[in-house]
Design a protein around this ligand. Structure first.
Ligand SMILES: [Zn+2]
Length: 293
């Protein structure tokens, strides 16, 4: 079995991939369309994204399954196809990754807010179970629970991955800077609280994704490292905060702008670096050039 933890033992920084959502829209995914149905209706396009990141030099790539929790698929009427869509997502990325690159099965929030009591914990947990089992069957090497903001939900996803697969588990939260200058998720979770909760749930790798550009992500990693010096840290950094220009969403940070700060991100304590919204294969190429020379 491929092990990311083992690969990190050499001390080498590993490179993940860049944005998927923005890439899918570029290839024609409509606004309000379900991205994960493309795993069966537009397999070739989804495969081309995975392949682009492998070609750019990524050591690992994600899967097109971020929104494939049954509760989220329900918005499109696809809740009964969760297993199929997650398995297809993993098999597409596996095909691109071959034997020498890692596939991280992406799991985003379920869209249910547990704190509000809209749905039961069991229902959210069952959905994560379907996702992790299908991603594992499709060929994922690890599960990447990402863009989380609530501890209870993130813990359920991590626990499901640990209980129903033997894969390594990554869990990243999305932080924003508060007016007081420190970082919290939308649900008010601090990096320190996140780390202790998800490590207890079984996470092997911790980190942050989305929400902020490179400068702020460096600060986030510093905060994570203040709370935990030993657990490997993965970051997927946005190409800045999107702005609307002439009705088009534009991400302000170019490959060159971001790559200039890669050494600082590594010095802050990141072990695995990739991009989130707005980043492209060109960003990944620039990161690799900067980090590996
Ligand atoms: Zn993002």
């Amino acid at each position: 079995m491929r092990s990311i933890l083992k690969a990190l033992k050499s001390g080498k920084v590993l490179i993940s991939d860049g944005g998927w959502g923005t890439f899918l829209h570029q290839l024609g995914l409509g606004v309000g369309e379900c991205p994960e149905i493309w795993n069966v209706t537009h397999r070739k396009e989804v495969l081309s994204i995975a392949q682009s990141y492998i070609d750019a030099g990524s050591d690992m790539i994600l899967t097109n399954s971020f929104g494939a929790h049954p509760l989220r698929l329900e918005h499109f009427g696809f809740q009964d196809r969760a297993f199929e869509l997650n398995e297809a997502a993993a098999s597409i990325s596996r095909e691109a990754a071959g034997d020498n690159h890692f596939v991280l099965g992406s799991i985003g929030p379920s869209s249910a807010i547990l704190m509000m009591g809209e749905v039961s914990e069991e229902k959210v947990y069952d959905g994560f179970r379907i996702q992790v089992e299908a991603l594992s069957k499709g060929g994922a090497d690890a599960i990447c629970v990402e863009t989380m903001s609530a501890i209870d939900e993130a813990s359920l996803a991590v626990r499901a991955a640990k209980e129903f697969t033997d894969l390594e588990v990554i869990c990243t939260f999305t932080y924003q800077k508060t007016v007081h200058g420190y970082y919290r998720t939308m649900m008010g979770v601090s990096p320190a609280d996140m780390i202790s909760a998800i490590k207890e749930a079984g996470a092997d790798i911790i980190g942050a994704n989305c929400g902020v550009g490179t400068d702020q992500m460096i600060e986030v990693v510093h905060e994570i490292r203040e709370a935990d010096q030993t657990t490997p840290v993965l970051v997927h950094v946005n190409a800045g905060i999107p702005v609307i220009q002439n009705n088009v969403t534009v991400f302000p940070e170019s490959p060159q702008m971001m790559s200039m700060k890669m050494k600082d991100l590594v010095d802050a304590g990141a072990d695995i670096i990739g991009g989130c919204c707005g980043t492209t294969p060109e960003h990944i190429r620039a990161f690799i050039k900067e980090i590996r020379g």
